[in-house]
Every structure is written in structure tokens, then in C-alpha cells.
Design a protein around this ligand. Structure first.
Ligand code: MRU
Length: 330
């Protein structure tokens, strides 16, 4: 698959370059990041986004803090405040902590994390390709742009197409941020996979007409019982798929599981500025002064999941046992 990666590190100059995902697909603009403070701001404003990608970006934020001579505790704190839902961010920063004060070890750890993302996603694509078939529907963006690797749900879809199992993809536009329309469409086009864009509210109609054989999405944080947070709109899709008897999968690295949470209730759901609902690329949609609400994620109960695609294989119910096993927990 031709991959467009969301970042690259110029080791010589100590600059981490981010492909500005807010401008895609119309423009490919690279933004230089030189400090942890700039990295936290880039994550908060979604220059870089997607659970595994913000984990890698945060790890390199700590590398930059060393290079720029920033206070490491303050840098870690800033990065932890950047976005609340994807647990990969916190796992990545936990991994960097033992290397505080050692710039070489910190750089080595950040690269190791990035390499692990790639390896993990090769495995997720491999296992995911075996469960998707025919016309597949997906939500948000879970490709290389969201991860820095090969993608999770989208990795499985592209591999499924390569193997002749997937014939066509329905791409939810994913209001209000349009990760589907802007980023998934861009990645599927580059990968040469036949796909069609739909508005989010069209999924039920397509399912009722028998035009969806499987749904596969990513996850930003999964609890130990399989409940998970993913892009707003995922829950509605899960309920629809359940109603129509369509298999519904989440594809994620085990680093997206929060072993501290027995169920999804404790997952913090990010609320983003209402302007992101009220405006489209700076153009006002609703009357001036009209309020809007923007939860960026929702919570899908595990009972709607057919299976969880991980780097260790596809997990089936009971998910609490399967997840504990996969994580090596007692
Ligand atoms: O708000 P975003 O664009 O960071 O949300 C991304 C998602 O919800 C993805 O589905 C999730 O991170 C899984 S990505 C592999």
C-alpha cells in the first residue's frame, strides 16, 4: 500500500515535521515542531490525530523537550493535557518516563515505539483481512495517517482488498471533522481500493438494502470488558449493524486497551469547540448565536461487537477473558 505518513523526524536539526491533517486533502503542508509545547499544541489542534499517531507524536515531544532544554515534568504534563480520550498518548508518555534526563535513550525509545506501531499494524491488517468481506463500511480515519504505521481498521480493509475478499468500501464522511471524507477517502484512493463516500446518516439505509456485509472501525480507548470509545457516530453504527445482523469489528493495538478500566464508563470523552459543528472550513452553517454541542467520541458497549481485531489475533466473547489473556493479565 502506498502510505503517506503523518510525520518524519529530522535528527540532524532536531525538528519533528508533521503533515498538517487539517489541510488535507486539498494541500500537503508540513509543520515544523521544535518543542514539547509546540507538540502539545499540534496534538490539541489536530495537526496530528488518530490514537496511535498521537502516541508516537507525544513520545517525540519528550525527545524535543530534551533537545530544547525544556523542563521534562512540565513537558510531560502539557502533553498529557493535549487530548484526553486516546489512551495511547498516556501509554507512550509512561514509556518515556524512565528515560527522562537521557536524550539518547529517549530518542531510542521513541523510535522503538514507532517501529512497534508498524509491526503491530502489519499483524492487525493480517488478522483483520480474514474477517472482512464484500462491501465493508468504515468510520473516521484509521489508516497510516492516524497511526504512523499501516493503519488498524483501514489496514485490514486494504489487506482484505489485496486478498480479493473486500470488493468495495463505504466511507462515512464523519461529521463534524470529516476525517472520513478528507483522510480515509484520500488514503483509499492512493491505495487503489474502490470506495464511495456517504454522509453518516446514510448507513442505515444501505444496511437495510443489504449493501453492507461488515463494519470495521478503530478505537481510541477500550476497557477490559470490550466497551470502547471511538469517533462520534461509532455507537450509532454499532446499534444499526446489530439490528441488521451485520458483523461489527473494532481493530486496535493492545496499547489502546486501558487495563485500569473494568468497563467503558470511566473513559473520558473529549468535548471539542462547538465552532467545529457550527462551521465548515470557516463558513458558518447555522444562524449566528445558535448553540452547538460537540462530543468528539462516543462509547460503544461490548455487546455490539462481533470481534476485536488485535496484533495477537481476533478476540471473541467473552471479551473480558479474551482481553485479559491477550494482555497477559491474571
Ligand atoms: O479525533 P481523531 O481524528 O483523533 O479520532 C480518531 C479516531 O477516532 C480513530 O478511529 C481512532 O483513533 C482509531 S485510529 C487507528
Amino acid at each position: 500500500m502506498e502510505r503517506v505518513l503523518p510525520f518524519r523526524f529530522d535528527e540532524e536539526k532536531g525538528v519533528f515535521w508533521l503533515l498538517d491533517q487539517r489541510r488535507l486533502p486539498l494541500e500537503e503542508v508540513w509543520v515544523p515542531v521544535r518543542t514539547a509545547q509546540e507538540m502539545a499544541e499540534a496534538i490539541r489542534t489536530m495537526v496530528v490525530r488518530g490514537a496511535p499517531a498521537i502516541g508516537v507524536a507525544a513520545a517525540f515531544g519528550l525527545v524535543l523537550a530534551h533537545l530544547a532544554g525544556e523542563d521534562l515534568k512540565a513537558a510531560d504534563h502539557l502533553l498529557r493535557q493535549s487530548r484526553p480520550t486516546a489512551v495511547n498518548l498516556f501509554h507512550a508518555l509512561d514509556r518515556m518516563r524512565p528515560h527522562w534526563g537521557d536524550p539518547v535513550a529517549s530518542l531510542r525509545e521513541a523510535f522503538a515505539l514507532w517501529r512497534e506501531v508498524e509491526e503491530t499494524e502489519k499483524a492487525i491488517s493480517h488478522y483483520g483481512a480474514k474477517v472482512v468481506r464484500g462491501q465493508v463500511l468504515t468510520h473516521c480515519n484509521t489508516g497510516p495517517l492516524a497511526t504512523g504505521g499501516y493503519g488498524t481498521a483501514l489496514g485490514a480493509i486494504v489487506e482484505g482488498f489485496r486478498q480479493g475478499r473486500v470488493t468495495h468500501v463505504w466511507v462515512d464522511e464523519t461529521r463534524p471533522y470529516l476525517q472520513g471524507a478528507r483522510l480515509t477517502a484520500f488514503e483509499l484512493m492512493k491505495a487503489g481500493v474502490p470506495a464511495t463516500l456517504i454522509a453518516d446518516n446514510m448507513a442505515g439505509f444501505l444496511m437495510a438494502r443489504g449493501k453492507v456485509d461488515a463494519v470495521i472501525v478503530g478505537a481510541d480507548r477500550m476497557a477490559l470488558n470490550g466497551d470502547f470509545a471511538n469517533k462520534i457516530g461509532t455507537y450509532a453504527l454499532a446499534v444499526l449493524a446489530h439490528h441488521h445482523g451485520i458483523p461489527f469489528y473494532a481493530a486496535l493495538p493492545l496499547s489502546s486497551v486501558d487495563p485500569k478500566l473494568p468497563s467503558g464508563e470511566g473513559i473520558p470523552i473529549e468535548e471539542r469547540p462547538p465552532e467545529e459543528v457550527l462551521e465548515l472550513r470557516g463558513v458558518r452553517l447555522a444562524p449566528q448565536g445558535f448553540p452547538a454541542y460537540h462530543p468528539a467520541f462516543d462509547l460503544t458497549p461490548h455487546r455490539y461487537l462481533t470481534g476485536i481485531v488485535t496484533e495477537k489475533g481476533v478476540l471473541y466473547p467473552p471479551f473480558d477473558e479474551a482481553l485479559r489473556d491477550a494482555l497477559g493479565l491474571a
